[in-house]
Write a protein that binds this ligand. Sequence first.
Ligand code: SF4
Length: 230
Amino acid sequence: MLITANRLERNPSLKDQIRDLNIQQTVYGHLGYPVLQAADILLYKGEAVPVGEDQVPHVEITREIARKFNNQYGEVFPEPDPLLTVFARLAGLDGVAKMSKSLGNTILLSDDPETVKQKIRKAVTDIQKLRKNDPGRPEVCVVFSYHKKFNPAEVEEIETGCRSGALGCVDCKLNCSAKISTFLAPVLQKRSELENDLSLVLDVISEGERDARITAGATMNEVRTNMKMG
Ligand code: SF4
């Protein structure tokens, strides 16, 4: 036994999911999902796992499973660390703590500048700032949190302008959309190049699949040997 149902029920990501999606009844899939992720990490002996902040508890579960296996059957798995970036968590456009496809509050890497502009136009700001010249509270504004990530050079100026009422939300949002689109431009460019070269994409996938099978097979051989299963 490598992990208990009790431990999986205490997973903070599950609690967030239950709250955000208003889940009335948890099923096996909710509990088993982080175990599935653990398998995907451990099978390839991952040491650093690039994840969003909300996935850190899943890496912790993976570490616990690795530790338990190693103690019980002998050293096979490294205990992986989460690898966070400056974009480890982005608030949702609706003001919810994180962007999530299931909540429909995301900006996608594939969004073109017009789509980004339309999405940011509807993003939640400070509800007390009704008119352009009303003083605002950037600390409660989702758009300001995006400026902090995508437009650090202007953050101070925006904060001052917002608080004094000199800066209006419409201009602030247009500026924010432009900065996000500038950030996404190379991603869109690469995506379009790859869409025009599908044979390269298929080659990369099949090469990756072949390498993954070899690595996974070697790990499973070690696991079976250590568990005296073959
Ligand atoms: S001015 Fe900008 S930071 Fe201030 S509330 Fe409006 S959108 Fe948010």
